[in-house]
Design a protein around this ligand. Structure first.
Ligand code: RB5
Length: 151
């Protein structure tokens, strides 16, 4: 699995901790910044990660800002990205099983580093269930294509 990871200044420290975990378990990743706690704009960091995941260059993306909200809003503007803002273990599992989320957003000012690491581990380690959930994802793709999706 190849992971693209990025953060703004609010998420920089947590990003570094998640990178250490990825290294410790041998998950390949690329860091798309930022590289210190100087103030930056989160869309500039969400965009490359979202694009790389949408293009299939990376299997998954992880985005961290203060709340995770800005990163998730920005990433979800890219067709093919299903970015889930997650701060608990139940949702981390469910969003992989049901939504096949390919980008995880977290807020470093919302969740402590220990909990964030658990969320990331579960999210990285859970498979998509497919079946009826695949049908629902296909309906999201139709929305992206501008199709009439109404039931
Ligand atoms: C930066 O201060 C903060 O707005 C950002 O990290 C994030 O929380 C935005 O959603």
């Amino acid at each position: 699995m190849k992971v693209a990871i990025a953060a703004d200044h609010g998420g920089y420290t947590l990003k570094e901790e998640i990178k250490q975990y990825l290294e410790s378990v041998g998950i390949e990743y690329q860091d798309f910044g930022c590289h210190n706690e100087d103030s930056v704009d989160y869309p500039d960091y969400a965009l490359p990660v979202a694009e790389k995941v949408a293009q299939g260059e990376f299997d998954r993306g992880i985005l961290i800002c203060g709340t995770g909200i800005g990163m998730s809003i920005a990433a979800n503007k890219i067709d093919g990205v299903r970015c889930a803002l997650v701060h608990d273990c139940f949702t981390a599992k469910a969003t992989r099983e049901h939504n096949d989320s390919n980008v995880l957003a977290m807020g470093a000012r919302v969740i402590g580093p220990g909990h964030a690491l658990e969320v990331a581990k579960i999210w990285l380690g859970t498979e998509f269930e497919g079946g009826r959930h695949q049908r629902r994802i296909e309906k999201i793709h139709l929305i992206e294509k501008g199709g009439n999706n109404r039931a």
